[in-house]
Design a protein around this ligand. Structure first.
Ligand SMILES: NC(=O)c1ccc[n+]([C@@H]2O[C@H](COP(=O)([O-])OP(=O)(O)OC[C@H]3O[C@@H](n4cnc5c(N)ncnc54)[C@H](OP(=O)(O)O)[C@@H]3O)[C@@H](O)[C@H]2O)c1
Length: 341
């Protein structure tokens, strides 16, 4: 191996409100050396995900946050360049959510959770798919929609951030389940992609003055399944349009994650009561033990031509903060990745 330095992003300060470049510092260190039973992996693609906003903030969440001076946590897929583990050899491809925003990481294979190290089969799909439709976002869509949303043929399914990493899979799984899909996304270009995927109706939330009225028109029989990727005003508008026995999957709250102060929205207990709706918080990590099932099913759908996917790739580790901020401003179209090797 000829590389001698590792570049990595550290947290410089906890953001108050919308993060900016001053929250991150790029540091250069020697490439780490693997110990007994460990492997050294050189990243090819780093994953950029909205949950990182929660990890670098100060608010309490489901996982421990990043402290100032620590490497920002995050997933990656890369190539093994040195191995002290009998089951791994140089050239193998590894994926884990426990890599961090850096070019090299020493990993300890084993472990079945999100931070476990998985071997990627490059023959199945391009390796970056393990961070997108065959990885965490794909699993989120698969279990969130099918197990929690429980779509039935003929249902109207509304999905927000519909062209994004999770949203585009949710909509296609809902179409495969025989549902009518209403996509909410933030630009005409994003909605054109949703239309190409076969979603039935598109609503541009940035260009629609009365979202509630637009949804009423798009969903004359109400919303049977709401896959909520954003929270905020979109959530408020959809909740007023629930059908009887609707299922609401609370997957993400990116619209309010950088909002200073508490998220003061509207009150929905009346709408939930009248519709006798079920509102469920959803976290993909609770379904991680079924990782193999989701990968097998998603790969089969893709092979059958029923699953398409867009990725949005920037080049160079120095662009990680920029890539991350694209998610928070809606500049990405599809799964945001950074290619580093
Ligand atoms: N619960 C879980 O286990 C789990 C797992 C994975 C992801 N998630 C959540 O799922 C959501 C989608 O994640 P992803 O990885 O697929 O990201 P993504 O949709 O590819 O990218 C984020 C998108 O969020 C939308 N957005 C950003 N700010 C917004 C705002 N103020 N108002 C409305 N929309 C806004 C933008 O889309 P538009 O321009 O189309 O609005 C942006 O492109 C996130 O909230 C994430 O935290 C949850």
């Amino acid at each position: 191996m000829t590389d001698t330095v590792n570049r990595r992003w550290l947290l410089a300060k906890h953001p108050e409100g919308m993060p900016d470049a001053s929250c991150f510092t790029l540091e250069t260190t020697p490439v780490p050396v693997p110990g007994p039973g460990e492997i050294l992996v050189k990243a090819r693609y780093l994953s950029v995900d909205p949950y990182m906003r929660g990890r670098i903030g100060r608010s309490k969440s489901y996982a421990k946050g990043v402290e100032i001076g620590e490497v920002i946590r995050g997933g990656a897929v890369g190539e093994v360049v040195a191995s002290n583990h009998p089951a791994w050899a140089p050239g193998d491809i590894a994926e884990t959510m426990g890599f961090g925003w850096q070019e090299f990481a020493v990993l300890a294979p084993g472990g079945s959770g999100p931070d476990g190290v998985r071997k990627v089969d490059p023959a199945l799909a391009p390796i970056e798919s393990s961070l997108s439709w065959l990885g965490m976002p794909g699993l989120t869509a698969y279990f969130g929609l099918l197990d929690v949303g429980r779509p039935r043929p003929g249902d109207t399914v509304v999905v927000s951030a519909a062209s994004g990493a999770v949203g585009q899979i949710v909509g296609q799984l809902a179409k495969a389940a025989g549902c009518r899909v209403v996509a909410i996304a933030g630009s005409p270009e994003k909605l054109a992609w949703c239309e190409e995927l076969g979603f039935d109706v598109g609503i541009d939330h940035r260009a629609t003055a009365d979202l509630c009225a637009a949804l009423r028109e798009a969903c004359p029989n109400g919303v049977d399944v709401f896959f909520d990727n954003t929270g905020g005003p979109i959530h408020d508008a959809v909740m007023k349009n629930l059908a009887l026995h609707a299922r609401v999957v609370i997957c993400g709250r990116i619209a309010v994650s950088s909002q200073p102060g508490p998220d003061i929205g509207q009150r929905f207990n009346g709408h939930v009561l009248v519709a006798r709706a079920t509102v469920s918080g959803f976290l993909v990590f609770d379904w991680w033990h079924r990782h193999a099932e989701a990968v097998t099913r998603l790969a089969a759908l893709q092979k059958a031509g029923k699953l398409r996917f867009r990725e949005d790739v920037l080049d160079g580790i120095e662009r990680m903060p920029e890539a991350f901020l694209r998610l928070l401003t809606g500049a990405n179209l599809g799964k945001q990745l950074v290619r580093v090797g």
